[in-house]
Design a protein around this ligand. Structure first.
Ligand code: ZN
Length: 86
């Protein structure tokens, strides 16, 4: 059975999707039982995302925001059109 310290060692590979199937299953099993490691993985994932966001200097926050709202508008429009036809 995977121990917390084993999980900590392979956590970043898990998040990057670089683990084999068996290891991934072991991690998932452990996460089901261990709240500490769930928190740990959550924090690690958040900080990795943050690091990636900061390392790519070309990300234009406003553009991303605009794309987000464009997608949301599109979804809302689809949804209301669906409601109209019903
Ligand atoms: Zn654990």
């Amino acid at each position: 059975m995977l121990m917390c310290r084993d999980l900590a060692r392979i956590a970043s590979d898990y998040i990057d999707g670089e683990l084999g199937t068996m290891d991934r299953v072991s991690v998932k099993m452990h996460l089901l039982m261990c709240g500490h490691c769930r928190t740990f993985i959550g924090n690690l994932r958040a900080s990795i995302d943050l690091m990636k966001a900061h390392s790519s200097q070309q990300v234009d926050e406003e553009l991303v925001h605009r794309i987000d709202s464009r997608i949301k508008e599109r979804l809302d429009a689809q949804r209301s059109r669906k409601n109209d036809s019903e």
